[in-house]
Design a protein around this ligand. Structure first.
Ligand SMILES: [Zn+2]
Length: 445
């Protein structure tokens, strides 16, 4: 069934769902005390370098990963906690063959589609820290023993990079695991390893997921999210940056818009600043490993960085703001819970192309979609085809299409999200022109 909306206006566009009290409870459950305790424990391992000791019960990555595993196991019997293990050969910054282990906690949902909340628990120290790296702009030397076979147990506390993302991920595992909520999506709380050697833990896991045809709807990568005091003296504890790769309506951009939209409602005291690039200039993070395989993935980064305390023994607990990290965790809770409770987005592209046309007048926006299971309504979005943010929205009933008379599809981008009976809204599915293949024109000699 298709409906014709005539005379839609601001009143309809302003219609919004009520907040879900269960998500409000989850947001309120983030504990700064727990985040601080996790960070101090992570700091106590001295280093979590991927090439550090694995046989010490107190120092190095072996002790750290075992503690993370045991801790998450203790949160809830509903969490399936395991090592995700690979053997990596010597290459680049991996100076000897090494076994690496991501630590993951899975909260099974009603469906197999997955939503990831992640950080990386490994650390690194480079000579002079990130400051000298920034100043020189060239390759930097890792602080490491001369003999590559000797475990690298030099200090690399990594409390912010990326103890902060690890603590956030663990705290969300606890909150979601203990919630008793039956989520539609399967949630994965992932502590990646070997990020500092080239995103190896993330690459290996993402490649396995792609090979196993796992559906991943979202990856939230939190890396350096615990400090709000820039090394240049500027303080900003009220915003968090979210990076996403383009183009404008890529799956990662739609995910980024979703994070901003839903965080603004559940955590109005914190602002999500969207940045239309894959990551900070010439820097990277684990979400890129997922992007490269086509998965929607975005990177959360603190508002202002202190480069002098990154990749450096000075990356210690006293450099973090627990209230700021708590706010960033709340943003992740709001977005992850919303997307995991929402129906799947409607399908707006068939093998024949996007299901949008100019009918019936030839000058209208005629949108059709394949309904989503569990949806009772749909929200249609549009914006002028020059600009990043949706400008208009319209809630329609349980229909499979809509005609917006006189709205030229040449001038606007359209998308539609599925909404369930409790108001949970999916990520927006955009109508996109298919790419055009290059033309081989036959020429004569
Ligand atoms: Zn990092």
């Amino acid at each position: 069934m298709t409906v014709c909306i005539c005379g839609f206006g601001p009143a309809a566009a302003a219609q919004q769902p009520d907040l879900d009290p269960r998500i409000e409870t989850l947001v309120a459950a983030v504990s700064g005390v727990r985040l601080a305790a996790i960070l101090q424990k992570l700091e106590s391992f001295g280093t979590r370098n991927t090439l550090s000791s694995t046989d010490s019960p107190t120092r190095g990555i072996g002790a750290a990963r075992q503690w993370i595993l045991d801790e998450m196991k203790g949160y809830s019997a509903k969490l399936e906690v395991s090592f995700d293990t690979y053997k990596v050969a010597r290459q680049g910054r991996i100076t000897r063959d090494v076994e690496v282990r991501n630590v993951m906690a899975v909260l099974p949902g009603r469906s197999a589609r997955r939503v990831y909340v992640s950080g990386h628990y490994d650390t690194i120290a480079i000579e002079g820290g990130q400051s000298s790296s920034n100043a020189g702009g060239g390759p930097t030397r890792v602080a490491q023993p001369a003999d590559p076979e000797v475990p690298n147990d030099l200090p690399a506390p990594g409390v912010n990079d990326d103890g902060s993302g690890t603590a956030l991920t663990m705290e969300l595992a606890r909150i979601f695991g203990q919630s008793g909520i039956d989520f539609d999506a399967t949630l994965v709380f992932m502590c990646h390893v070997a990020e500092e050697q080239g995103l190896f833990g993330a690459h290996l896991h993402a490649q396995k997921a792609a090979a196993d045809r796992v559906r991943i709807d979202a990856v939230f990568n939190n890396d350096i999210v615990g400090n709000d005091q820039g090394g240049n003296g500027i303080v900003d504890g009220a915003t968090i940056r979210v990076y996403s790769e383009g183009p404008e309506d890529s799956p990662s951009r739609e995910l980024a818009r979703y994070v901003q939209r839903w965080a603004a409602r559940y955590v109005p005291s914190h602002r999500v600043r969207l940045l239309g690039r894959p990551d900070r200039f010439n820097r990277g993070g684990d979400h890129t490993a997922y992007n490269q395989l086509g998965f929607p993935a975005v990177g959360f980064r603190e508002s202002r960085e202190n480069f002098a305390r990154q990749h450096d023994p000075r990356d210690t607990f006293d450099g973090l703001s627990i209230p700021y990290l708590t706010q960033n965790a709340r943003v992740n809770v709001a977005a992850a819970a919303s997307i995991a409770l929402a129906p799947q987005p409607p399908i707006v592209t068939t093998p024949a192309g996007p299901t949008i046309s100019r009918g019936p007048s030839g000058y209208d926006a005629n949108l059709k979609w394949t309904p989503s299971a569990g949806a009772v309504a749909y929200r249609v979005f549009w914006r002028e085809a020059w600009g990043p943010d949706w400008q208009h929205e319209l809630l329609v009933g349980n229909v499979a299409g809509i005609v917006l008379p006189g709205l030229q599809i040449d001038d606007y981008v359209f998308g539609v999200a599925a909404v369930d009976a409790e108001g949970h809204e999916s990520v927006v599915a955009p109508y996109l022109s298919p790419p055009r293949a290059p033309v081989a024109v036959k020429t004569l000699p």
